[in-house]
Design a protein around this ligand. Structure first.
Ligand code: A2P
Length: 276
C-alpha cells in the first residue's frame, strides 16, 4: 500500500526516489515556474522534474531557495538536451544546469532523447558524473527497448530510470516489463496524456465510485503499477488535487478497466522518429 506523497522507490544503486513529483514541462520561467514549484513544495511534494530544454531551471532554483526547505530533502531531476549530447558537451551541459539551478548536485540526471550516434558517448559522460559523485543517480528518457539493449551492451552502469510517455492510452506494458527485468524504474511523463485524458468517460465512471477526480485515478493507477509519476500543473488547487491520491486504493477490477484503455496512442514524438 502506497501511503504518502513522500513515499519512495529504491533505485538499483540504493538511492530512494519519491514515487510522485511535479513536472514543469511547458511551465514558463519566472513567476509561473517559481510559483508552481513553491505551491508543490508547500503541498509536501519532494520531487521536481525539469530539463535544460524547458528553459526554467533558473526559476526552479529560485523557488527551491524561496521555499526554504533543506536541499537534501528534495529530489531534483534535470536532463541533457539533444544538441548537447556527446561526451564533453554533456559534461559542460551538466555544469550549466547546476549553475542555473544554483545547486551543488542533482539527484537524477537523464539523457533526454536517444540521439542516434550520440547517446552512448553521452552515457559515458553520465557515468563519469556519477562516478565522480556529482549526481546521485543517472538514467535515460524516451528510450525504447532496443535503445536500452544497445546502451546496456557497453554500459558500465545500467540506467536507474527510464522516463517515458506513459498514460492509460499508452500503457507501455512491454517496455515496463523489460525495464523491470533490468532493474530500471519506469517514470511517466505526461501521465494525464497532457490533459487529453481528463474527460475520458470510462475513467470518469471509475473516479465517481471513489469520489475522486479523473486525474487522481490516473495518478493512483501509476502508483499501483509502481510507475513514478510527475504530473504538471501551474494551478495551486490542481497541484494539491493531484497529490491527494494516498487515501484510496483502486480495486484489481478497476485497475484492469484502466489497463484496458491502451491504444498505443502517443501525444508526443516516437523515440524512433523525432527530429529535434
Ligand atoms: P494546468 O497547468 O493549467 O493545471 P500532463 O502532466 O499529462 O502533461 O498534463 C498536464 C496538463 O493537464 C496541463 O495542461 C495541466 O494544466 C492539466 N492538469 C494537471 N492537473 C490537472 C487536474 N488535476 N485537473 C485538470 N487539469 C489538470
Amino acid at each position: 500500500m502506497i501511503r504518502s506523497l513522500q513515499d519512495t522507490t529504491t533505485l538499483h544503486n540504493g538511492i530512494k526516489m519519491p514515487k510522485f513529483g511535479l513536472g514543469v514541462w511547458q511551465v514558463k520561467d519566472g513567476d509561473e515556474v517559481v510559483n508552481s514549484v513553491k505551491y508543490a513544495i508547500k503541498a509536501g511534494y519532494k520531487s521536481i522534474d525539469t530539463a535544460a530544454i524547458y528553459k526554467n531551471e533558473d526559476g526552479v532554483g529560485k523557488a527551491i531557495k524561496e521555499a526554504g526547505v533543506p536541499r537534501e530533502e528534495l529530489f531534483i531531476t534535470t536532463k541533457v538536451w539533444n544538441a548537447d549530447q556527446g561526451y564533453d558537451s554533456t559534461l559542460a551541459a551538466y555544469e550549466s544546469s547546476i549553475k542555473l539551478l544554483d545547486v551543488d548536485y542533482v539527484d537524477l540526471y537523464l539523457i533526454h532523447w536517444p540521439v542516434a550516434g550520440k547517446y552512448k558517448d553521452t552515457w559515458k559522460a553520465l557515468e563519469k558524473l556519477y562516478n565522480d559523485g556529482k549526481v546521485r543517480a543517472i538514467g535515460v528518457s524516451n528510450f525504447h527497448q532496443h535503445h536500452l539493449e544497445d546502451l546496456l551492451a557497453n554500459a558500465e552502469i545500467a540506467p536507474m530510470v527510464n522516463q517515458i510517455e506513459l498514460h492509460p492510452l499508452l500503457s507501455q506494458v512491454e517496455l515496463r516489463t523489460f525495464c523491470e527485468s533490468k532493474g530500471i524504474k519506469v517514470e511517466a511523463w505526461s501521465p494525464l496524456g497532457s490533459g487529453k485524458l481528463l474527460d475520458n468517460p470510462v475513467i470518469k465512471e471509475v473516479a465517481d465510485k471513489y469520489n475522486k477526480t479523473v486525474a487522481q485515478v490516473i495518478l493512483r493507477w501509476d502508483l499501483q503499477h509502481d510507475i513514478i509519476t510527475i504530473p504538471k500543473s501551474t494551478k495551486e488547487h490542481r497541484i494539491i488535487e493531484n497529490a491527494a491520491i494516498f487515501d484510496f486504493e483502486l480495486s484489481a477490477d478497476d485497475m484492469a478497466i484502466i489497463d484496458g484503455l491502451n491504444k498505443n496512442e502517443r501525444t508526443g514524438s516516437d523515440p524512433d522518429n523525432f527530429n529535434f
